[in-house]
Design a protein around this ligand. Structure first.
Ligand SMILES: Nc1ncnc2c1ncn2[C@@H]1O[C@H](COP(=O)(O)OP(=O)(O)OP(=O)(O)O)[C@@H](O)[C@H]1O
Ligand SMILES: O=C(CO)[C@H](O)[C@H](O)COP(=O)(O)O
Length: 291
């Protein structure tokens, strides 16, 4: 936690929609005049694509069938923790980019499946924004969640998450349904052990729930649209949340528990703006007062 250099962390599994949620944050940052520096969880993978394949082969040969990008030890989590800590203390730190495909390769000048060099953040930012798989990890060794001032979980129900991943990986990363299905299966152990526990450490979770049949996600022809879904928004600490304001502003929303509201899927952007803008304003105002 840092009053001077706050950190916002958006955590979700692969395909959950964290990159999509980043667009909403970018809109809020632009509108509120907040200078945010962004980092991606993929930058902290331990291995590039070829090394990861070799590591997987070696682990399988030794009888370990659970190793995946979700595993703590497939990522430089100490380095991610250090980046959060350095930012909290100094307002700067280091990141790099994992290049997924040809389009990103053009932008970054590195081959798909490799990393760029490490680089320093730009000076003078108001907040650090993280988006990725491990932004709310808390273990005996790694205390990433402790450094983040606002932690958001993006976590569609699992069939929907798989549909989103399969469609995105096929459409923009060139994988087949079978290849993505293998990845989903291999990652399941650490989905349970490394990803799910983080959603008890987050301040707010956004859980998209489809209202159409997704019972066989592997043959779904398209991703359920915002109109074909609801979103459950759960606050870890509901004190200070003005639920009656939210329910009156978001048409057709309702409270399902004392700390949760349910909104139509097509109101997600509005709900995020209403909920997150004052929280971001508070972080930035506190920082500016101190400076
Ligand atoms: N609220 C939503 N409504 C409809 N489609 C969505 C929504 N959120 C995400 N998607 C779709 O799901 C797919 C995956 O989303 P996105 O790329 O944001 O995931 P991600 O969590 O960033 O994945 P990764 O970490 O693997 O990059 C995309 O095709 C995106 O358009
Ligand atoms: O989205 C991911 C994790 O969030 C990717 O699976 C990961 O970045 C590695 O991708 P690839 O195996 O395609 O190089």
């Amino acid at each position: 936690m840092s009053q001077k250099h706050p950190i916002i962390s958006v955590t979700g599994s692969s395909g959950a929609g964290t990159s999509t949620v980043k667009h909403t944050f970018d809109q809020i940052f632009r509108r509120e005049g907040v200078n945010a520096v962004s980092i991606e969880g993929d930058a902290f993978h331990r291995f590039n694509r070829d090394q990861m394949r070799a590591e997987l082969k070696a682990r399988v040969a030794k009888g370990d069938h659970t190793f995946s990008h979700f595993s703590y030890d497939a990522n430089e989590l100490k380095q991610l923790e250090a980046a959060f800590r350095e930012y909290a203390e100094t307002g700067n730190g280091c990141t790099r980019t994992y290049v997924h495909d040809e389009a990103e390769a053009e932008v970054w000048g590195a081959k798909p499946g490799t990393f760029t060099d490490w680089r320093r953040f730009e000076d003078g930012s108001d907040v650090l924004f993280y988006e990725g798989l491990h932004g709310a990890v808390l273990t005996d060794d790694v205390r990433i969640a402790d450094y983040a001032d606002l932690k958001i979980g993006v976590v569609p129900v699992i069939n929907l998450e798989w549909i989103q991943k399969i469609h995105r990986d096929k459409a923009s990363r060139g994988y087949t349904t079978e290849a993505v299905t293998d990845v989903i299966l291999r990652r399941m152990h650490d989905y349970v052990h490394c990803i799910c526990p983080q959603f008890t450490n987050t301040d707010i979770n956004f859980q998209r729930v489809p209202t159409v049949d997704t019972s066989n996600p592997f043959v779904a022809r398209w991703i359920p649209t915002p109109d074909e879904s609801m979103v459950v928004i759960r606050f870890k600490d509901p004190r200070g949340i003005d639920f009656s304001y939210l329910v009156s502003m978001i048409h057709d929303s309702f409270m399902s528990r004392a700390n949760s509201i349910v909104i139509p899927g097509n109101k997600l952007d509005l709900a995020m703006q209403l909920i997150l803008t004052p929280m971001i304003q508070r972080l930035v105002e506190r920082r500016r007062r101190i400076l």
